[in-house]
Design a protein around this ligand. Structure first.
Ligand code: KIV
Length: 293
C-alpha cells in the first residue's frame, strides 16, 4: 500500500512492514499510537475499538482498520465460560494477549489489568502491567476504577506504561455496584466527571466510560483533553468500543441496549457446522480433492 493512502490517524512515525500470505513484503499502514488517538480528538475525528482475544480475530479487525484492539477481561465471560470478569487471572490474560499481539500489525493493542492484579498498590499495578507488556507484548493497559487510583496511574505512567482509565460502570466491581447498572445518573454525574478528570490529570492517555448517560459522557469528554471511549455512553466520545462477539452476533441471548449487531455469526457458524456434519454422515467429505494419493 502506498503511504499516501494512509488515512489519519496513522500519520507519523516509521512505517512497519507486513509479510503477506504469499510471502511478499509491502510497506504497511503505520502503527496506531496513543498520540494518534489524542490527535483524533483534537481534530474532531472518531476511532473504533473492538475486543479481541485471539490471533485470527485480531488479524481480521486489524485489516478492517479498527484502530484499537482490547484484550478485555471480558474474555472471562465471552471465551472462558465464567459468569463474570472476576475469575480471569493475569497469566490467562497474557495468553490471550500474545495471540492478539501476534495478529495485530497496525492497531494499538491494549490489555485489561484483571481483578486482583493491581488494587493493592501502585507497585503491584506496575508489576502486572510490565508482565502484560513484556510477555503479552501489548502497548498499553486498561485499569478499572476512579480517582482512588490516581497514585497508581501516576506511578505507572512515570514507569513508561500507557494507562487507559475505565470509569462509570466497572464490571470488576459488579458485586459492590449491585450488578450491571448505569452509573452517573443525577447527582452521581459529578463523581464520574471527577474520576475522569483526576485520572487524566494523573497521566491516563485515554478515559473509557461504560454505561453512563450520554450527557454525562459528553461532560466528561469536554472536561478532559485526552480522548474518551464509550460503551453505552452515547455518541460524544472520541472512540467507541464493543465486545466483538456482541458486534458480530456470535453470542446468543438478549443483547444489552448499547449493542449494535453487525452480523449473525452464530447462524453462519451453525450452518457451516451442520453442512460439515451432513457431508461427513453422507460420506461426501472428504472427497478425492481432500485426499492424498
Ligand atoms: O473487558 C472488556 O471487554 C471491557 C469493555 C467492555 C470495555 O472492558
Amino acid at each position: 500500500m502506498d503511504n499516501a493512502e494512509i488515512p489519519a490517524p496513522y500519520g507519523s512515525g516509521p512505517a512497519s512492514t507486513d509479510t503477506g500470505a504469499s510471502g511478499e513484503t509491502a510497506v504497511a499502514r503505520r502503527r496506531v499510537r496513543t498520540h494518534h488517538l489524542k490527535q483524533a480528538k483534537d481534530e474532531g475525528r472518531k476511532f473504533a475499538m473492538l475486543t479481541a482475544y485471539d490471533q485470527y480475530t485480531a488479524e481480521i479487525f486489524d485489516e478492517a482498520g479498527i484502530e484499537v484492539l482490547l484484550i478485555g477481561d471480558s474474555a472471562a465471560n465471552n471465551v472462558m465460560g465464567h459468569a463474570t470478569t472476576l475469575p480471569i487471572t493475569l497469566d490467562e490474560m497474557i495468553v490471550f494477549a500474545r495471540g492478539v499481539s501476534a495478529g495485530a500489525s497496525h492497531a494499538l493493542v491494549v490489555c485489561d489489568l484483571p481483578f486482583g492484579s493491581y488494587e493493592v498498590s501502585p507497585a503491584e499495578a506496575i508489576k502486572s502491567s510490565v508482565r502484560l507488556m513484556k510477555e503479552g507484548l501489548v502497548h498499553a493497559v486498561k485499569m478499572e476504577g476512579g480517582k482512588h487510583y490516581v497514585d497508581h496511574v501516576a506511578s505507572m505512567t512515570a514507569a513508561g506504561i500507557p494507562v487507559m482509565a475505565h470509569v462509570g460502570f466497572t464490571p470488576q466491581s459488579e458485586h459492590s455496584l449491585g450488578g450491571y447498572r448505569v452509573q452517573g445518573r443525577g447527582d452521581a454525574a459529578r463523581a464520574v466527571v471527577e474520576d475522569a478528570v483526576a485520572l487524566a490529570e494523573a497521566g491516563a492517555f485515554c478515559v473509557l466510560m461504560e454505561m453512563v448517560p450520554a450527557d454525562v459522557a459528553a461532560m466528561v469528554d469536554a472536561a478532559v483533553s485526552v480522548p474518551t471511549i464509550g460503551i453505552g455512553a452515547g455518541n460524544a466520545t472520541t472512540g467507541q468500543v464493543l465486545v466483538w462477539q456482541d458486534m458480530a452476533g456470535l453470542r446468543g441471548g438478549k443483547q444489552a441496549k448499547f449493542v449494535k449487531q453487525y452480523a449473525d455469526l452464530r447462524t453462519v457458524l451453525g450452518n457451516a457446522a451442520s453442512a460439515y456434519r451432513d457431508d461427513v454422515h453422507s460420506g461426501s467429505f472428504p472427497g478425492p480433492e481432500h485426499s492424498f494419493t
